[in-house]
Design a protein around this ligand. Structure first.
Ligand SMILES: [Zn+2]
Ligand SMILES: [Zn+2]
Length: 301
């Protein structure tokens, strides 16, 4: 999986910082997560091909998470896109985008499909043979979801020495990779674990922004390979975090610890602080595997 941070700062765009947007590459699929103002420019700067984006996930309808969306939707038209585009986001997102397109006498020459969300329970949004995406209901000032992206478990790996030893015909290989036992011509049954190795462990990425400290997400994100969790404030602004339904770095780290994730990436920093390293220092008092998001930064896992 490859994660490119296009923007990870709270509130207004500034000269060198952008509001929330990320690109996740998973099993050759490219997903756009949130689309703050400036996302198109950031996509260009990071050399990401617009045409490869077919699914956009919007966490909530605060401007710093979706004000770039109508611009991107209309640019796709200018680029003569013909592939369908799917947008997943809170109820109301279709009305906002359609109204802007209608009043500017714009249209799309490709299929534009909205998948509006209003459930308070986690639900599956996207599924194909290799990837599963589900919501992580968050708690914020407006209806908000995070998103969990999971690789599906692949086929078992063939133990070539073993299958050749048993002189098993190659036409059975797929069946074996699917986990089936094999009956030889002499009637002996060879159990699958004698013919295969375990598949490569799957990875998962949980995106959680924006939210107040919310332990209800822990069962959904438990054991994720990587968790991106908002940390708008430091503990010194704990009260402000509670009031605005955001988190501190320490709270984000506590969620990471309790959910037993592999790594924590912090982001959605308030621009009031001098340097973002302060967030890492604070989070590391609770959880050791802390990374800092920053605009243009790439993570591979
Ligand atoms: Zn925000
Ligand atoms: Zn927000």
């Amino acid at each position: 999986m490859k994660l490119t941070i296009l923007g990870c700062y709270a509130a207004t765009p500034r000269t060198f910082t952008n509001p929330t947007s990320q690109i996740l590459e998973i099993k050759n699929r490219l997903f756009l997560i949130d689309c703050g103002e400036g996302t198109q420019v950031q996509l260009r700067k990071n050399k990401i091909r617009f045409s490869k984006i077919n699914h956009i996930f919007i966490s909530h309808l605060h401007g710093d998470h979706f004000f770039g969306l109508v611009g991107l939707v209309s640019t796709f038209s200018l680029l003569n896109r013909t592939t369908d585009l799917h947008i997943y986001g809170p109820k109301g997102i279709k009305e906002i985008i359609k109204l802007q397109l209608r009043l500017s006498n714009s249209w799309t020459n490709y299929g534009l499909f909205f998948h509006e969300l209003e459930s308070l329970e986690s639900e599956i949004l996207f599924e194909d043979e290799k990837v599963l995406v589900q919501t992580i209901p968050l708690k914020h000032r407006v209806y908000t979801n995070g998103f969990l992206f999971q690789e599906k478990i692949g086929y078992r790996k063939l133990n070539l020495d073993a299958v050749q030893n048993y002189e098993i015909d190659s036409c059975y290989y797929q069946k074996i990779k699917n986990g089936k036992d094999i009956t030889l011509q002499d009637g002996r049954v060879i159990e699958n674990d004698k013919l295969t190795f375990d598949p490569i462990p799957t990875k998962s990425y949980a995106f959680c922004s924006d939210t107040v400290y919310h332990e209800a997400i822990i069962p959904i994100i438990a054991n994720s390979t990587v968790l991106y969790h908002e940390s708008t404030f430091l503990q010194s602004e704990e009260n402000l975090a509670k009031k605005t339904l955001h988190c501190t770095a320490k709270e984000a780290a506590t969620i990471a610890l309790k959910a037993d994730v592999g790594q924590l990436i912090l982001g959605h920093y308030s621009t009031r602080y001098e340097k973002i390293e302060l967030f890492k220092d604070e989070a590391e008092t609770v959880f050791s595997e802390v990374l800092l998001a920053d605009d243009g930064k790439r993570f591979e896992f």
